[in-house]
Design a protein around this ligand. Sequence first.
Ligand SMILES: Nc1nc2c(ncn2[C@@H]2O[C@H](COP(=O)(O)OP(=O)(O)OP(=O)(O)O)[C@@H](O)[C@H]2O)c(=O)[nH]1
Ligand SMILES: [Mg+2]
Ligand SMILES: [Zn+2]
Length: 349
Amino acid sequence: MSLEALGLTPDVVDAFKRLAGEGEARGQCLELGRVMRVDRGFVQVVSSAGERSVHVPKGLLREGDKRRTLERTPVTGDWVAIDPSKGAVASVLPRKSQFVRGAAGKRDEAQVVAANIDVVFVLMGLDGDFNLRRLERYLTLTSESGARAVVLLTKAGLCEDVPARVAEVRGSAGGAPVHALDVLAGIDSDAPRAYLGAGITAALIGSSGVGKSTLANYLMGAEVMRTREVRAHDDRGKHTTSHRELFLTEWGGVVIDTPGMRELALWGDPASLDAAFPDVLAIALACRFSDCGHGAEPGCAVRAAVQAGTLAGDRLASYAALSAELAERESRGPRSRRGRPTDPPPRRK
Ligand SMILES: Nc1nc2c(ncn2[C@@H]2O[C@H](COP(=O)(O)OP(=O)(O)OP(=O)(O)O)[C@@H](O)[C@H]2O)c(=O)[nH]1
Ligand SMILES: [Mg+2]
Ligand SMILES: [Zn+2]
């Protein structure tokens, strides 16, 4: 498979050429690869030489600016320069996008879930998993990632009134496409394919048990991931997938399966909310104060819209809560901005 089908872009080629030139000057002959999976101290990479495991040297993470550790740590989906003579990663190339969340249990740390993604499929089950507030949280993180969000409502076969649920979700999806499907019952299972293609990387994100690995297997046309075999009641809280893993599809393009997340702390710029809540943003244009917090301010168009019934009160409450959470993280200073995607270096002519 060509690296182009894997999602190689001119920016990655340029960045790699620069590194390779510097390497050559030191007598190194670097190789370009993409990270499929991360294991302790090692990454599984695919390159023009095929697939193999290479070492992640500790020095890679320690060198230079400490605040840049996040960008130096290879994650699934990263493009890396490999030093074949050492069987090691020489450096991580700048990312065009990354899905970042606040690390579980650590207030001030971020975790990059997947890098260089074009599409984030946000999965939510049309069973007990259904929760619009959680969906809004996922979509806020996705809007910060630089990738396009698509909402997939799984287990449609278990739902009595799918059109009503879809309509409800559209109200919270901020303009992202919404599809209901059921891979097991064969309902609209191919809907996600419309967003995939050669060179496109899609990540599957959502709670544990929502059907990410089941969909990954379906899209791959093979059992590449283990899925949960028993019903949830005797298996609660257990995650079936424990690794983020990248797969190359037969039709070209890439799918990244991820483990369900129990905690989903926000991370990023407060402005990322605007992309996830375009409906609120549009109404807020009519607020009297341009920095209206939609609380007790006079002339607030957003509160008026809730009173008039044109905006759901829950949606405004969700917006306010997520906004406060982001502002609180932001106020903790520069450390909290470590998760921002790196600016790509200027293209060399
Ligand atoms: N009825 C129905 N069941 C589904 C569907 N998709 C997945 N399931 C079932 O839901 C359970 C969980 O599916 P997985 O694919 O393992 O879920 P996951 O999102 O990968 O879970 P983690 O790996 O723990 O994050 C399995 O028993 C699947 O058979 C669906 O579309 N319809
Ligand atoms: Mg899974
Ligand atoms: Zn207002």
